[in-house]
Design a protein around this ligand. Structure first.
Ligand code: SAM
Ligand code: DTB
Ligand code: SF4
Length: 336
């Protein structure tokens, strides 16, 4: 019998899920979801760009790269009081986690000190904290952990094979090394992808397999749909078929059944029906609030109205619904 939480997924198995009839795939994914989580609960994180633009990296999707002219002005690191004011607003609006993003290749130690103080203050508001600051050394990860940081976001974004088509200023191994430092420091990992960058189905399968075969599954798996920003290298990337996007969410849910799968960037362009299918397929987390880092996200009122229509409510944590054995039995039966 297959154990529920596996770290030995084969490419052929992942491709098998992607190739299933849509209804079968969604049924399997939803069954896995329902056994690990309350299917009507969605966790909400709010993002803040604490250091915007002027980044040395050349990530082809990113409006904050200094290699492109996407109209994003380079700014200094925000002050702690300003960050705290935004965190209070996020808490009042109903977010449970506050994510601070910086357009750095990697943080300087003196900047990390400042971010460490911000984390302590945001945590004191009763919010979970997440930061995404670029590559970290082992010591830097320890420093963030000592500040009380709950999650570190560091996306693999795509397959190792496709990575060089999107980014040339760092390697896939650099990303994996930072993820290992974060784990060694004892923080929870938020690591996911972007789809719609011109990658193949094979690349999507390989990315999800890489995530699921890490020594521990990331607790949070953001699935971003590329926001095509004018001026970036990927401004004219061929749009992905909506059903292929939903399939990616479903396969992430099946491979990492106990992780939060976040319907991340790209919701502004998505219909409510598409989002509803993503929630059915196993997405149970969103970015909440009208801005991502530099681009638009749906207005909070609009999301609240959608949640009302779908009978969804916000969660602070997942509730397993069945034993590991039941999940394994059902997955084996359904996939067989
Ligand atoms: N500089 C840090 C890094 O790269 O890890 C943190 C900030 S970076 C903006 C965080 C993530 O945002 C990227 O890994 C990527 O997944 C996502 N992202 C950036 N631009 C995007 C876009 N146009 N559409 C979708 N996701 C995007
Ligand atoms: C993640 O996976 N997506 C977020 C967050 N982690 C940092 C960022 C999305 C950025 C979208 C483009 C922008 O707003 O600049
Ligand atoms: Fe810099 Fe992060 Fe944007 Fe890449 S994704 S250019 S590292 S801010």
């Amino acid at each position: 019998m297959q154990p529920t939480i596996r770290h030995d997924w084969r490419k052929s198995e992942v491709l098998h899920f992607f190739g299933l009839p849509f209804n079968d795939l969604l049924f399997i994914a939803h069954s896995a979801h329902r056994r690990h989580f309350n299917p009507n609960e969605v966790q909400m994180s709010t993002l803040l760009s604490i250091k915007t633009g002027g980044c040395a990296e050349d990530c082809g999707y990113c409006p904050q790269s200094a290699h492109f002219n996407a109209g994003v002005k380079a700014e200094k690191l925000m002050g702690e009081e300003e960050v705290l004011a935004e965190a209070r607003k996020a808490r009042t609006a109903g977010a449970s986690r506050f994510c601070m993003g910086a357009a750095w290749r990697s943080p300087k130690d003196r900047d990390l000190e400042k971010v460490g103080h911000m984390i302590e203050s945001v945590k004191a508001l009763g919010l979970e904290t997440c930061a995404t600051l670029g590559m970290l050394t082992g010591e830097q990860a320890q420093r963030l952990k000592a500040s009380g940081l709950d999650y570190y976001n560091h996306n693999l974004d795509t397959s190792e094979e496709f990575y060089g088509n999107i980014i040339t200023t760092r390697t896939y191994q650099d990303r994996l090394d930072t993820l290992a430092h974060v784990r060694e420091a004892g923080m929870r990992v938020c690591c996911g992808c972007i789809v719609g960058m011109g990658e193949s189905l094979d690349d999507r399968a390989e990315l999800l397999r890489t995530l699921a075969n890490l020594p521990e599954h990331p607790e949070s798996v953001p699935i971003n749909l590329l926001v095509q920003v004018k001026g970036t290298k990927l401004q004219d990337a061929p749009p992905i078929d909506t059903f292929d996007f939903i399939r990616t969410v479903a396969v992430a849910r099946i491979l990492m059944p106990a992780s939060f799968v976040r319907l991340s960037a790209g919701r502004e362009e998505m219909s409510e029906e598409t989002q509803a299918l993503c929630f059915f397929a196993g997405a149970n987390s969103i970015f909440y609030g009208e801005k991502l880092l530099t681009t638009a996200n749906p207005e909070a009122d609009k999301d609240r109205a959608m949640f009302g229509k779908l009978g969804l409510h916000t969660s602070r944590g997942g509730t397993p619904q069945a034993s590991a054995q039941e999940i394994a039995q059902s997955l084996t039966r359904l996939a067989g």
